[in-house]
Design a protein around this ligand. Sequence first.
Ligand SMILES: [Zn+2]
Length: 113
Amino acid sequence: MSQSSYSQSLENFRLVAFCPLCNAQYQPNQASILEQKDDANLIYVECDQCGASIIALVVMGLMGISSIGLVTDLTERDIRRFQYAPAISSDDILDLHRELQHKNAVVALIEGE
Ligand SMILES: [Zn+2]
């Protein structure tokens, strides 16, 4: 990412310049860019005042700049970890259910229930 596109992204970040939970004003250095593609930037920011985190998608379109923010309890590290992880399928849920049933059966056996 070039320095100019980076500072331009942070300039666009002014659109989401206030914490939606406590209204504190964000400083541009609180924001980090998770991903940048064409005219879209995915930005993460954590509020210094209340600790709330938001992920914001800032898009530069023909009609100007628009942004969508989402309050999250994920840390920046969590987001980077799960960003490209495969989605959880219904088979994964069934596997987990079976695994837990099996573990419960084993625990019950050990505890003599
Ligand atoms: Zn806040």
